[in-house]
Every structure is written in structure tokens, then in C-alpha cells.
Design a binder for this molecule. Structure first.
Ligand SMILES: NC(=O)c1ccc[n+]([C@@H]2O[C@H](COP(=O)([O-])OP(=O)(O)OC[C@H]3O[C@@H](n4cnc5c(N)ncnc54)[C@H](O)[C@@H]3O)[C@@H](O)[C@H]2O)c1
Length: 340
């Protein structure tokens, strides 16, 4: 398989590249990433020398760059992780979300069609369904996004599906719940809590802290994406959930307990506008049809995650100081489009 992975320097993308290299060592992987603030080449440290792996710095919104990438790499399979992914940022400024998450996906779809790719796997999110107080969302459930982030992802899902129905492009979509694990940028909930707890800083909790998220350990999501890639049916959407619903307050308290830090670090802050109360996914389809289910319990996943952040203080420091941004030049020299 010749994989084109977009957004592979982010949290889930980098975990996925490591996972796939281990599981399918013969696959050829090209990682295309714009290296926004969330893209960090340090996440893929050590892969530079692999003959089957290659990094290209490029923007999925740039049609001429993408055409060049598809033409030169002759990839037969695309997995699109590239996105603006932080809800709070989408509330302060929606434009980059609309651009990358919708228009960028359009550019990728056009290239995939033009160059005849055999599979186009688009990574979406449970947030497209919106909030649900009771029960669980299934794949055909109505989309009802609340934030500019989730709205841009929902719009992209529609566009991706239209390329299947209109042009017969063999697409697949995964919608996963909240991921946690190594290499997650510390603006996101779990790494932020770990980081603040380690440095004895206040831990902000939105509203009453009782919003519920379904948590999945990132390695389980990588396993699910790999399963969908190999066994999924073109034109189908698959929910990927950890089957692990926890309130935000429970998550913070558990982390504080593991790190032996006081609950007094918690500070309640004004709720996020449009804050979804509860996300919940039915995973019946992926479990019954593709025989996938999560393997990592929340307590085990959280222990592993905390241990990783404790062992990787250098990485954490670099993401905080911005030092990771210079890593690209130092480590990869000028590698990029012109080297194609
Ligand atoms: N993190 C979660 O809990 C979660 C849950 C469900 C779905 N998702 C989805 O999974 C995907 C990956 O999420 P993540 O948490 O790893 O995000 P992330 O923010 O950590 O990584 C995104 C990556 O995309 C790259 N990127 C952004 N704009 C780009 C562009 N225009 N061109 C090329 N690269 C670009 C960034 O540099 C970064 O490396 C996203 O599509 C997100 O919507 C995430």
C-alpha cells in the first residue's frame, strides 16, 4: 500500500504513523503536513531514516502543492487527519477551520479523483452529531454540530460522501470520540490538566464540570482506523468510541489523585458558548461488522498517558516554549516540496 497521510505531525496522525509502520512494515508512507502550531516533527522523531517513510511540508488547501504531491508520490490510499482541531480556537476565529477542514478536504478529494486513488479515508469526529442527553448516536443519526469546529467537520463529511455518490470515489469516514494519549498538544483537556497539575497551576473546569465525554485511548483509535482501512466498505461511516463516558470533573479528579495533587487546584470558569453537554456513540456497527472493540481501559490508558508526559518533559517544554517549531529545520534541513 502507498499511503498518503495528511496531518501526520499532529496528535492522532503521528500515533497512527508509528502504529502503521509497526503493523505493516512494508507499507510506504508519505506524511504531508503544513506544520501549524499543532504540527510537531518531534512527534515522529526517529522515523527520518526509515526508507518507507517520507515527510513533505505542504498545505492541503493549496491545490497546486497537492497536485504535485499526488503526481510525484503516486499514493494509492489517502488518510486525512489534517485539520484545525481545537474547539476554543474555532470560537475565537472560525476562518482557518472553514478553510482547512472544508476547503482543504475539497482539494484532497479533487486530487484523489484526478489521480484515481483506491481508498480515501476521512477522519471525522463524534462532535458532528452534537449533544445527546440520553441514548447514543448511530451513524445515520442527524448531524447537529454546535461549534465552528464541529460544523466545519460536519460540512466536510457531507462533501466527502458526495464524492462517493456523485463520482464513485471509494471513500470511508470514521467518527471517533475524544482521544487521549502520548503526543497530544497541551492545549487539549487531558494534557492541559496533567501539565497544570505538575506545575501546581490552577486547572480550569468549564461550567459545573459535569459535561460528559466518551474517552478513547489513541492507540485503540489507530487500531480502529487500521481496521476500517482494511475491512471497511466504501461509502460507509464508522463510529469509533471508547465506551468510556466520564464527566470532566471525574477526569480531573482522577488525574490529580494519580499525581498526588490537591483538588483545590480546580477552578470553575464560565462555560464555553455552545458547550455540548454529552457525547455518546454507538459502536455496534464497527463491532459487529468489522470485529473491532477498544482494548484499553480508562484507568490503564490514563496511567500510560501520565507516565508518558512524565517521561517526556523535554517534549512538553518544547511545545510550551515553541522550540519544537525550529526542530523541523534543524532535523530535516530544507526537506519539503522542492525535494519531491
Ligand atoms: N483529538 C481528538 O480527540 C479527536 C477526536 C475525533 C476526531 N479528531 C479528528 O482527528 C484529526 C486529527 O486530530 P488531532 O487531535 O491529531 O489534531 P492536531 O491538531 O493534533 O493535528 C492536526 C495536524 O494537521 C496539520 N494541519 C493543519 N492544517 C493543515 C493544512 N492546511 N495542511 C496540512 N496539514 C495541516 C497540523 O499541522 C497538525 O499536524 C482531525 O481531523 C480531528 O478533527 C480528533
Amino acid at each position: 500500500m502507498k499511503l498518503l497521510v495528511t496531518g501526520g505531525c499532529g496528535f492522532i496522525g503521528s500515533n497512527f504513523i508509528r502504529y502503521i509502520i509497526k503493523k505493516h512494515p512494508s507499507y510506504r508512507i508519505v506524511n504531508v503536513d503544513k506544520l501549524t502550531y499543532a504540527g510537531n516533527l518531534e512527534n515522529l522523531h526517529g522515523l527520518k531514516k526509515k526508507r518507507t517513510y517520507r515527510f513533505i511540508k505542504a498545505d492541503i488547501c493549496n491545490a497546486s502543492q497537492m497536485t504535485k504531491v499526488f503526481k510525484k508520490t503516486k499514493s494509492d490510499t489517502v488518510i486525512n487527519f489534517a485539520a484545525e482541531s481545537h474547539v476554543d480556537r474555532s470560537i475565537s476565529s472560525a476562518a482557518p477551520f472553514i478553510k482547512t477542514n472544508f476547503l482543504g478536504v475539497g482539494v484532497l478529494l479533487n486530487c484523489a479523483l484526478e489521480f484515481g486513488v483506491k481508498k480515501f479515508l476521512h477522519i471525522s469526529t463524534d462532535e458532528v452529531y452534537g449533544s445527546i442527553l440520553r441514548g447514543k448516536f448511530k451513524e445515520p443519526s442527524r448531524l447537529d454540530p454546535s461549534s465552528p469546529y464541529s460544523a466545519s467537520k460536519a460540512a466536510a463529511d457531507g462533501l466527502v460522501m458526495s464524492y462517493y455518490r456523485t463520482y464513485g470515489l471509494p471513500i470511508l469516514i470514521t467518527r471517533s470520540s475524544n482521544n487521549y494519549g502520548p503526543y497530544q498538544f497541551p492545549e487539549k483537556f487531558i494534557p492541559l490538566v496533567i501539565l497544570n497539575a505538575l506545575t501546581n497551576k490552577k486547572i480550569p473546569l468549564y461550567g459545573d464540570g459535569l459535561n460528559i465525554r466518551d474517552w478513547i485511548y489513541v492507540e485503540d483509535n489507530c487500531h480502529a482506523i487500521d481496521t476500517v482501512l482494511h475491512k471497511g466498505m466504501p461509502g460507509e461511516i464508522y463510529n469509533i468510541g471508547g465506551q468510556c463516558e466520564r464527566t470532566n470533573r471525574f477526569v480531573v479528579k482522577t488525574i490529580l489523585k494519580i499525581l498526588k495533587k490537591p483538588a483545590s487546584l480546580i477552578t470553575y470558569v464560565q462555560d464555553r458558548p455552545g458547550h455540548d453537554r454529552r457525547y455518546a456513540l454507538s459502536v455496534t456497527k464497527i463491532r459487529n461488522e468489522l470485529k473491532w472493540q477498544p482494548r484499553t481501559s480508562f484507568s490503564e490508558g490514563l496511567k500510560r498517558t501520565i507516565a508518558w508526559y512524565l517521561d517526556n518533559q523535554g517534549w512538553l517544554k518544547n511545545t510550551q516554549t515553541g522550540a519544537y517549531r525550529t526542530f523541523y529545520k534543524k532535523y530535516y534541513g530544507s526537506l519539503g516540496l522542492k525535494d519531491l
